[in-house]
Design a binder for this molecule. Sequence first.
Ligand code: SF4
Ligand code: SF4
Length: 316
Amino acid sequence: MPAAAHPIAHRIKAQAASLGFDAVGFAEARAVEPAARQCYERWLAQGRHGCMAWAGRHNDVRDDPRLLLDGAQSVIMLAMNYYPAFRQPADAPQFATYAYGRDYHEVVRERLHRLAAFITEATGCACRCCVDTAPLRERYWAQQAGIGFVGVNNQLIVPGRGSYFFLGAVITTLALPPDAPCTLSCGQCGECLAACPAQALDGTGAVDARRCLSCLTIELRGPLPAWAGQAMGNRVYGCDACQQCCPHNRQATATTIDELQPTAEFLRLTAADIRQMTPTEFSHLFAHSAVRRTKLTGLQRNQAAIDHATAIGQEQ
Ligand code: SF4
Ligand code: SF4
């Protein structure tokens, strides 16, 4: 039965939209296809997960979402637009757009729990919510659920809407009619390959985390590689280069979720502020922000790398 003709499926999609999700789709909970599993295993074996040791853990669960919830029948995938209405000045130390507003773990999780409560109340079925909090291949399942496709830039691209989306999942024991997987692809575009300042993309849709500035500036503990400062330009936290250049993002519209908008204080932040920031100021400014992940030491390390590369550039 198509989702539109399935009463509870239709109500779940309407409820997701009322909670602020921009796209929702259903996939049958089952093992990940062998080709996708092998691709991930190859990526790990080549060490391209870099400092993200967690990427190699719990692979049995990552390969089968039924291990996340007893009796799981469906994976409900949801996407939430985070593109902000206001942006930092171009000469400010740049933060990845996803980190402009309140931490997505909090914003998305709260809405996933409300959707799960709705499902359980309506059907008695169990649910488990995931937002980067479990070994689940969110982008793979989003493609399976028909929300979009994984681009050469390793991002989930929602056709006609772009890639500035958070993904969340509700795994449930409720059997839902699966949506048709998205079969679109990037075609011959390749703009992100040229735009990546760190040569971290190889054209297959995989990213080399050992080179990706997003991974290095956020996930890496300890010193950055010597080459990174120059590649960073003025990116002090994360990198959006492979999304900014993507033709799918030319029509990006601002999110309707207030918590995802940046504060005026954040938009005023300068490089000098970061250099001089105290732990108390960091805790205040980023109290509910994903930027906490890198801690003040990481943020100041990143700013120092930018400063060092700038000083060398001026000497030459
Ligand atoms: S986030 Fe930046 S460094 Fe990483 S792949 Fe995209 S463009 Fe390259
Ligand atoms: S820039 Fe082009 S190749 Fe890269 S993700 Fe976007 S559409 Fe795909």
